[in-house]
Design a protein around this ligand. Structure first.
Ligand SMILES: Cc1cc2nc3c(=O)[nH]c(=O)nc-3n(C[C@H](O)[C@H](O)[C@H](O)COP(=O)(O)O)c2cc1C
Length: 404
């Protein structure tokens, strides 16, 4: 084993995930080449060029196929490939000029979403990965900061404080382009899972307010470069006490200048797991919840807005179990994380908590969060249970919901 670590010195500085993937390559020589490619990719990623370079791989590939077909006089094959390569290069050049060098016509301010109800509002939210080059208006900035203050001061689930620092700077983030304003989510350095859940819960409420204001938002976790964030935070970040959980880009969505790579990237996240794989009637996750039966039908579209909540890489790691008393009365909704991730799964779970309580409140149903012991969740044989999904927190309904 020692030999392997020493033999892999060339991987120094790479993240644990990258190292794990590279270590699966059995031949040392190939591992070294793959490491060089990963390093080049990371350099391009954090200088903001990778988004524009990736389409060029297709240009090269199609030109090669077209060129070979041309040599073999197969012009019926050569022409379509060469035309395709030319079209993609034209789009790629347009993207570089308008998005990387920002030579573009100004766009209109997007409309506010004040007329939408909470459920429609949450359904129009999508991650925005290409922003206009203008800054937030003064009124927009003040309204956003009022939302940050309000949701930071609200009672949290955990006891550790979390906060959101505003940065106005072109941070290097992946793969989002032209984001220049961010909220940085900070929790205590010492790991506290409830604080990570609170980050998700509070930031999701801020994101919802931002969506109402007509702003585009994008949560950025793995794609954030912490070095540049800390530099920009300056003395607002204390390395002894603070830990950056993620950032959220905020600004005006660009409707016209979206690099081709991002159009394809965004399209892959348009799907969600069916509700039957997210909400369960039992803590063994065997029976899907019948949302149309009383008392679960009281929650209407609240299930849907949890289903469409954002999560890192659209991992959709949160599960929910309805905890019903023998009398048939709903006691709680218990939220579980389906993976062992220490940060992004609890953030995603916090986002569900926010959506659940906002959705229920919009329907006039109020509740509060608490951590329930296994017996109170109807979980009997705790020792023999698999470690995942892992229980985190429950939402207890404050009133007795009618059974019909
Ligand atoms: C905690 C967290 C971290 C995320 N990190 C990134 C990121 O680094 N880069 C990115 O482009 N999107 C990131 N996202 C956005 C997700 O990819 C996105 O929410 C998901 O694919 C669903 O798409 P939607 O937000 O458009 O509904 C993150 C989302 C969450 C909740």
């Amino acid at each position: 084993m020692t030999h392997k670590i020493n033999g892999n010195d060339f991987m120094q500085g790479l993240g644990a995930n990258e190292k794990a993937i590279l270590n699966r390559i059995p031949v040392l020589f190939l591992r070294k080449i793959a490491t060089k490619i990963v390093r080049a990719k990371m350099r391009m990623q954090f200088t903001g060029w990778l988004q524009y370079f990736l389409p060029m791989i297709f240009v090269l590939l199609f030109s090669l196929i077209g060129g070979i077909a041309f040599l073999f006089k197969a012009s019926f094959l050569a022409i379509p490939f060469l035309v395709l390569a030319t079209l993609i290069s034209m789009v790629a050049i347009f993207d570089v000029v308008t998005s990387k060098f920002r030579l573009r016509f100004p766009e209109r301010l997007p409309k506010r979403n004040d007329t939408l109800d909470l459920f429609d509002l949450m359904r129009v939210r999508r991650s925005c990965r290409s922003f206009q080059t203008r800054k937030l208006t003064d009124a927009g900035y003040n309204e956003l900061m009022a939302s940050v203050r309000m949701h930071t001061e609200e009672p949290q689930i955990g006891k550790s404080p979390v906060r959101f620092e505003y940065i106005s700077a072109p941070l290097t983030v992946w793969p989002v382009v032209n984001a220049t304003e961010f909220l940085v989510a900070i929790a205590p350095k010492e790991y506290d899972r409830l604080a990570v859940i609170d980050v998700g819960r509070s930031l999701q409420k801020i994101v919802t307010d931002a969506t109402r204001m007509g702003l585009g938002t994008c949560w950025i976790g793995p794609g954030a470069d912490h070095v540049s964030i800390k530099q920009n935070l300056g003395d607002r970040f204390d390395a002894e006490k603070d830990h950056i959980i993620c950032v959220c880009a905020v600004g005006y969505k660009s409707n016209y200048y979206i690099p081709i790579f991002l159009r394809i990237f965004n399209a892959q996240f348009k799907r969600r797991l069916p509700l039957a794989e997210l909400f369960f009637a039992d803590a063994d996750f065997e029976h899907p919840l019948d949302m149309h039966a009383a008392p679960f039908n009281h929650f209407g579209r609240t299930y849907e807005i949890c289903q469409w909540a954002p999560s890192s890489y659209n991992g959709q790691t949160t599960r929910c179990v309805a905890n019903v008393a023998e009398s048939g009365e709903l006691k709680s909704l218990d939220f579980y994380a389906a993976t062992a991730s220490r940060y992004y799964a609890p953030v995603a779970l916090g986002i569900w908590c926010a959506n659940w309580e906002m959705g229920s409140a919009a329907l006039g149903i109020h509740g509060h969060f608490a951590i329930l012991p296994a017996e109170e969740r109807g979980v009997q044989d705790k020792a023999s249970r698999p470690p995942l999904p892992r229980y985190d927190v429950s939402w207890l309904v404050d009133e007795n919901l009618a059974k019909q």
